[in-house]
Ligand binder design. Sequence first.
Ligand code: EPU
Length: 337
Amino acid sequence: MKIEENYSLEKHNTFHLPVKTRWFMEYSSEEELCNILRDEYFQESHSLHIGGGSNLLFITDFNGIILHSAIRGISVCEETEESMVIRAGAAELWDNVVCYAVENGWGGIENLSYIPGETGGAAIQNIGAYGVEIKDCIEKIETYNQLTREKQIFSREACEYGYRYSYFKNEHHDPHIVTYVYLRLTKKPRFALDYGHLATRLQDYPEITLSTVRDAVIRIRKEKLPKPEVLGNAGSFFTNPVISREQFEKIRNSYPQIPSYPAGDARVKVPAGWLIEQCGFKGKTHGPVGIYEKQALVIVNLGNATGDEIALVAKSIRMAVSEQFGIDLVSEVKYVG
Ligand code: EPU
């Protein structure tokens, strides 16, 4: 177990904000986690469990306890004729899991290559990219319920997955700490190549395999998205809004080129990046905060930005999009403080 006081979170948030936490507690086993949770001081303190910090915006220092898992490792749990179930510790880097699956020839998550963050956070957030969401491969999730102090298993259905949503994101539910994620992967790949230019990009390769799909996705991501290690960011700052077909048609009358994707039940998903670009933000800088020049949905820390400064830019984007399109953007990034 690692316990630190007045600890810098700079390496624990991909915006690289040099905020501090009063306490940082990292556990390496479920037993250590139980010990922390049982402690009276912990019970009286304000606490927050974080993963890789790839989806967090710290507005202020954290006057409480930041909990972090160090439960890593990937193992095989089950094998059938057609599939494999693997188990990954919540703190395992997500891209290590994808790499492990691809190297073993097991399919399902190759489109989710090169997404920053840890596996527990990936499952809570229902990460998605290039037409695939992690929920498509989730077999079950193992958690530790902070209220009942019991281990719990959630089937995929019980996780109530939706677009960038799961049961664990609802603050009215019992607080669960995800300890292990189980993924069912296919032995025979079923490629999902319909999204954007993934199929086009794959024409550069002699054949389509799990490895070439992974390689193509990594290349597209490297071209389009800033590397958090180089330029602090948290990927898409907002989710893509889902609006009624009626509202969409109204907007399309004035903007015939608006891109869209069907979202079921007479609803339409619109790329937030496009809306933000239309409002003139793409590539602009506001002091130490920038809107990435190749993807307007990504807000970047150009140097010494504070959480407040980033939040201010996000607010002006939200206001401009609301004024111009009547659409309220929702943050994918979680504000802390
Ligand atoms: N677009 C613009 N201008 C921009 C950005 C996008 O016009 O500056 C339009 C283009 O029409 C483009 C469309 O938006 O074709 C979609 O853009 P992109 O393929 O880059 O995807 P996205 O909808 O902006 C989503 C996810 C990403 C994921 C990509 C690829 C959300 C909030 N974001 O972005 O996820 O990598 O699709 O599948 O759903 C993340 O969540 O952090 C993330 C990076």
